[in-house]
Each structure stands twice: as structure tokens, then as C-alpha cells.
Design a protein around this ligand. Structure first.
Ligand SMILES: C[C@H](O)[C@@H](O)[C@@H](O)[C@H](O)C(=O)O
Ligand SMILES: [Mg+2]
Length: 446
């Protein structure tokens, strides 16, 4: 049946997570986990939902950008989009005037991503498959047809991508069955937020261990003594037989990052994530080279704006772990480009998921990566942050430190109606109460 997109809405949804220090790091000390939440209505019962991840102020700007892009999607038939998805993607990401605000980065790209993912949600629902399965069942030819290879063909041509995907067809049924029975390995971030005191960190480590997690991430960059203390506390709780990653959220200059991390080597971090500016491709390479003798790898990606910057990170040997985020890159289409470049260069992909809705979205890419692209789980783990899942209609499930593969059709991006209504900023009752109490100041103009 023809499915025509008839309307788009963008809602500013915010959760006051800064009150508990959830999600805090050395740079983003008071994040209120938020999103610009897109709904595509259609000529049928089916709807598509997609969102970006933001941390409070500015979410309204992403909503505005989504409205500006709305005209590229409203009035189109789903089948018309999917018949030339790469063409649709390029038209949306490269409108001759709007692209001046990016191009392919910043607020317009976040809005592009939310709309693109809403279309994929719709498509997966129409096909009655979870997104990971929709991707896994597509032929290599169909998969490459959704990717815009412009600006990356010097690293990965369409033919090379096709070759990787053709190899990935071999044994894919077995890998799918394996993931369904065993789940996908996760690591947990929720014990190591910088705003947690020692007692809370210990408590969170204990709870995570009891749930079966064996990989942990801790925030660093607040101060060398504070970092040493947090890492010592976490190592005391989890021991040295578990993995521990560190994350500086862009806190340092290049040489500062190297000196700082040398002072944390005794805690044996597997990686240092976002040691410096996300745009500093060569700076990451310098840090990676300097820290190699200390067995500390460099990871980055949650603020990597597009496939072009990922390409350069790969070309310059800047990262040992690639942290794609399907709510930062321009949605599924651009994520696929990055997964394939990473596969060509054998860089493991460990998606970013510390934010609202990121576990929901990014899980699908890890499953698809294993089933059809990288075909290995070695050095691959998917981030898990435990906040706000209850706001989703079909929340992610993690058992024994492993993600459970969802079987519900769609992208799992749909939030509960009641959560949307209560958390809409600034009109929702949660926010009205916080303003009335004086806990938060209402926005001056909205
Ligand atoms: C502000 C956010 O919580 C970040 O701290 C978070 O995304 C983090 O970088 C992560 O890797 O999970
Ligand atoms: Mg991070």
C-alpha cells in the first residue's frame, strides 16, 4: 500500500537529569538529557519517529531546523524515498540554501538525522521488521544504494563497499541466530559520571556487577587528583579483571591529554575517549601515537560531525575505536558509510549511547555490523547508560551485561505519549513545577 508522508512535528523534550548529576562529565557538568522529537504522520495508520540527542538549551533551535527541512519530506511517498534513498538523503542534507548553515554538521545535520531516522522507523514498520533486521535482510546492492559516497570514495568506493557486504552474506543466518540467543556485549557508563560522589560511584559499580556487567567507563578530566580517586574507587570495586574505559569529553589540549593520561596508566584504562577537540584529526593521531607504549588506545566519535571527519580519523590512524552515533551523523544512511569504512580498515565500532534514546537507536547498528559487516565481536561492545528508558514505548533490554535483540517492528524510537506530554519544554507539567519551585528559571522567550 502506498504510504504518503502527510505531516511533520518537532517537539522539544527535556528531562531534568542535571538535578542528580546523571550524564555529567568534565565539560558538560549539568546536562539535562533532551531531544528534538520528530513525528512523521502518513496517509495510513503508520507513523515514523526519530530524534536527535541534545543536553538542554538549544533544543528549540534543532526543532526549528527540523521544521525548515520538513518541506523536503512532507508530500513524499515512502516508496519514492526508499527507491532512491541516497538521492533523498543528499537532497535533504544539501539543500542549496540551508546547507550554508552546515554543511552536513551542527544543528541542521542534527535535524537531518532526526528526520532521516523517522523515515527509517516508518520503513521498518511498514516492512514489519526491527530496523536491524530490515538492514540485515537487504541485499548488498540495496544497502549501497542508500549511501552517499560523495567525499569518501578516496577511501571507500561503492564497489569496495559492495565487496565487504557480499562477504558479509556468508554465515549471516548463523550470526543472527547467535546474537538472538546470546545478546550483544555491553559496557556500562552509569557508574562513572563525574558528578557522582564516591559512595554513589561504589554503589553503582556494585549494582552493575550484580547485573552482570564486566566493562565500565569512567569520566576523567575534572582534576588529576579527582580522576585518580574516581579510577581507584572503581578499580577497587570492579577489580583488574574487568575492562575500564576513560572519557575526557574534549577537555584537553593535545600535549595536556598525553601528560594527563600518563598519570593514569596504573589504572589500566583500555581507551581514552574524546581526549581533545572532536575536529582535531591530527591531534588525535598524535595522542594515539604517544599513548600506544602505555597501552592506552584513543576512541572518539560521539561529536564527529559526519562521514568525512570519520574518513580522516581512519586515514590518519587517529582512533583505535570508532564511536558512531546515529543521532549525530545524518541518520542510518551516513552511519552505514562509516561502518563500511571502519570495516575496510579493521577499526572496531563501539557505538556511543550515553544520552536519552541513544541505546534505543545505536543498538541496531552494532547488530547489523556483526551480522553483515565486521562479522566479529572482538573488541566490540555497545555502550549502555541506564537512564530514562522507561519513557520509551519499547525500552531496550539488557540481561547479564548483554543487549537483547528487539523483535518489535521499527527503530524503537517511539516515546510514550505521557512522557512526551509531561516533559515537553517549557509547557510540560514537569517543567512548570520546576519553574514554580525556582529550581530552574523559565526561558525568557520561547
Ligand atoms: C553529556 C553526556 O552525558 C556525555 O557525557 C556522554 O554522552 C558521554 O560522553 C558518553 O560517552 O556516554
Ligand atoms: Mg563519551
Amino acid at each position: 500500500m502506498a504510504v504518503k508522508i502527510t505531516g511533520i512535528t518537532a517537539r522539544d523534550i527535556r528531562f531534568p537529569t542535571s538535578l542528580e548529576g546523571d550524564g555529567s562529565d568534565a565539560i558538560h557538568t549539568d546536562p539535562d538529557y533532551s531531544c528534538a522529537y520528530i513525528t512523521l504522520t502518513t496517509s495510513t495508520e503508520a507513523k515514523g519517529f526519530g530524534h536527535t540527542f541534545t543536553i538542554g538549551r538549544g533544543t528549540e533551535i534543532v526543532c526549528e531546523a527540523a521544521h525548515a527541512l520538513g518541506e523536503f519530506v512532507v508530500g513524499k511517498h515512502l516508496q519514492e524515498i526508499t527507491a532512491d534513498f541516497a538521492g533523498f538523503w543528499r537532497a535533504l542534507a544539501n539543500d542549496s540554501q540551508l546547507r550554508w548553515l552546515g554543511p552536513e554538521k551542527g544543528v541542521v545535520h542534527l535535524a537531518t538525522c532526526a528526520i532521516v531516522n523517522a523515515v527509517w522507523d516508518l520503513w521498518a514498520k511498514v516492512e514489519r521488521k526491527p530496523l536491524w533486521k530490515l538492514l540485515a535482510d537487504m541485499t548488498p546492492e540495496e544497502l549501497v544504494s542508500v549511501i552517499d559516497f560523495r567525499y569518501i570514495s578516496d577511501l571507500l568506493t561503492r564497489e569496495e563497499a559492495l565487496e565487504i557486504l557480499k562477504k558479509g552474506q556468508d554465515g549471516k543466518k548463523e550470526r543472527e541466530a547467535e546474537l538472538i540467543s546470546k545478546g550483544y556485549p555491553a559496557y556500562i557508563t552509569s557508574a562513572g559520571w563525574s558528578g557522582y560522589d564516591e559512595q554513589k560511584t561504589r554503589q553503582k559499580c556494585k549494582e552493575a556487577l550484580a547485573k552482570g556487567f564486566v566493562r565500565f567507563k569512567a569520566k576523567v578530566g575534572t582534576g588529576i587528583e579527582a580522576d585518580r580517586r574516581r579510577l581507584a574507587v572503581m578499580r577497587e570495586e570492579i577489580g583488574y579483571d574487568k575492562l575500564l574505559m576513560t572519557d575526557a569529553n574534549q577537555r584537553w589540549d593535545v600535549s595536556e591529554a598525553i601528560d594527563w593520561m600518563k598519570q593514569l596508566t596504573e589504572f589500566k584504562p583500555l581507551w581514552i575517549e574524546e581526549p581533545t577537540s572532536p575536529d582535531d584529526v591530527l591531534g588525535h593521531a598524535t595522542i594515539a601515537k604517544a599513548l600506544k607504549p602505555y597501552n592506552i588506545a584513543v576512541a572518539t566519535g560521539e561529536h564527529c560531525q559526519n562521514r568525512v571527519v570519520f574518513k580522516q580519523l581512519f586515514q590518519a590512524d587517529s582512533i583505535a575505536y570508532c564511536q558512531i552515533d546515529g543521532c549525530r551523523l545524518g541518520g542510518v544512511n551516513e552511519v552505514l558509510a562509516v561502518l563500511l569504512m571502519a570495516a575496510k580498515l579493521n577499526v572496531p565500532v563501539c557505538p556511543h549511547a550515553g544520552g536519552v534514546g541513544l541505546c534505543q537507536v545505536n543498538q541496531h547498528f552494532s547488530y547489523f555490523d556483526y551480522i553483515c559487516v565486521s562479522r566479529t565481536l572482538e573488541n566490540r561492545f555497545l555502550e549502555y547508560a541506564e537512564h530514562l528508558h522507561e519513557n520509551y514505548k519499547f525500552p531496550v533490554e539488557v540481561k547479564g551485561g548483554h543487549y537483547v535483540l528487539p523483535q518489535i517492528p521499527g527503530f524503537q524510537t517511539e516515546m510514550r505519549e505521557a512522557s512526551l506530554d509531561t516533559h515537553e519544554y517549557p509547557i510540560g507539567p514537569v517543567w512548570q513545577k520546576l519553574f514554580a519551585e525556582g529550581t530552574f528559571k523559565p526561558p525568557k522567550k520561547h
